[in-house]
Design a protein around this ligand. Structure first.
Ligand code: UDP
Ligand code: MG
Length: 334
């Protein structure tokens, strides 16, 4: 039985979690579009904006919105921590029976929420919003995303659906489990996917941004992709054993060949070129292998330091701390 059938106390029915970074223009449009949709489902909702260290007037816009409507709440970060962490903070602070992470730029259409709630009402614990096409993304993003999902799904034991983003509805029971995941380096899509539960899907066509421009530069996407692979697969670590074995076997044969040749045909000095290429090639391999190991060690280092995942500068609006106190071991509210 999910939390729809068994709401607890005065908890809101739906919490939207919205990470925002320099989105002063998009926020009023978002709230304007969202309010009637949410009201049509149930007036008992909350929107939690996480201001991810914006450098424009985003925080003032949010403050005004929160004063005007108490159901709008704000978690203000001390600096930019990235969308994944902002989502985590929002989920930590959400008290609804269902939690819906959503982008502020209306690329995740509000009209989908009633459909998601409908599925949730039927008893599904997770309702995914799947894009039926990616035509609103740039060509480069489509190709790189396609490659990423192919590699990712080959390497990791958790299948990652290629057409769903962070936009989804999660029942309270799923959220409570998600909040127990302690890792600091987070790839939310993968974490979401690894939880399981009864899942339903609703389809939509992803529109283009309502205002402002994308916050994800290619470097950021590359970092995110690397994060996804490294946090959900150890294949890149293990493969070095096999590369090593193949190279070593090759070297043994080559050595045998050289010994035989020297025995029967004597020593010949030329061989500088082949020697150099073997040395350079092997060094390249070793450095690559070390680089991969370093990626993992860097992550272990970050986990072990145990620093807070995010730092909240200020919270605006009323939060129910019994229900929402940063369950996240690394979260800290100052
Ligand atoms: N975002 C964030 N922190 C960041 C970058 C982005 O909170 O460091 C938010 C952004 O405000 C938006 C959402 O993440 O609400 C998705 O960003 P965007 O629309 O730029 O990404 P895209 O849709 O192009 O993938
Ligand atoms: Mg967007």
């Amino acid at each position: 039985m999910n939390a729809y059938a068994k709401p607890e106390g005065a908890r809101p029915l739906i919490s939207l979690v919205v990470p925002v970074y320099n989105e002063e223009e998009a926020i009023p449009i978002f709230i304007g579009a969202m309010r009637p949709v949410l009201d049509s489902v149930d007036e008992n909702w909350e929107i939690i904006f996480v201001n991810d260290g914006s450098r424009d007037t985003t925080i003032d816009v949010l403050r005004a919105a929160s004063v005007a409507d108490g159901r709008i709440k704000v978690v203000d970060f001390s600096r930019n921590f990235g969308k994944e962490v902002a989502l985590t903070a929002g989920i930590d602070h959400a008290s609804g029976a269902a939690v819906v992470p959503i982008d502020v730029d209306l690329q995740d259409p509000p009209e989908l929420i009633p459909q998601m709630v409908e599925k949730w009402r039927e008893g599904y614990e997770v309702v995914l919003a799947a894009r039926s096409d990616r035509s609103s993304d740039s060509w480069a993003k489509r190709v790189s995303a396609g490659m990423f999902y192919k590699v990712m799904n080959r390497m990791s034991s958790v299948p990652l659906p290629s057409n769903v983003g962070d936009f989804r509805l999660m029942d309270r029971c799923v959220v409570d489990i998600l909040r127990q995941y302690p890792e600091r380096q987070r790839f939310m899509k993968g974490l979401f996917a690894s939880l399981g539960f009864r899942q339903a899907t609703v389809e939509y066509v992803r529109p283009t941004r309502s205002a402002g421009e994308t916050k994800f530069r290619p470097v950021r996407l590359w970092t995110l992709a690397l994060e996804g692979i490294v946090s959900f697969s150890t294949a890149p670590l293990k493969i070095w054993t096999y590369i090593g074995i193949v190279c070593a076997s090759f070297a043994v044969f080559y050595m045998a060949w050289i010994i035989m040749k020297t025995l029967f045909m004597g020593v010949d000095m030329p061989g500088y070129a082949s020697l150099m290429s073997v040395i350079l090639f092997m060094n390249g391999l070793i450095l690559t292998g070390m680089g991969v190991i370093a990626e993992y060690i860097a992550r272990i280092f970050n986990e072990v330091k145990g620093r807070p995942l995010y730092i909240v500068r200020e919270r605006i609006g009323s939060f129910d701390d019994d229900m929402t106190a940063p369950g996240h071991t690394a979260g800290r509210v100052l």
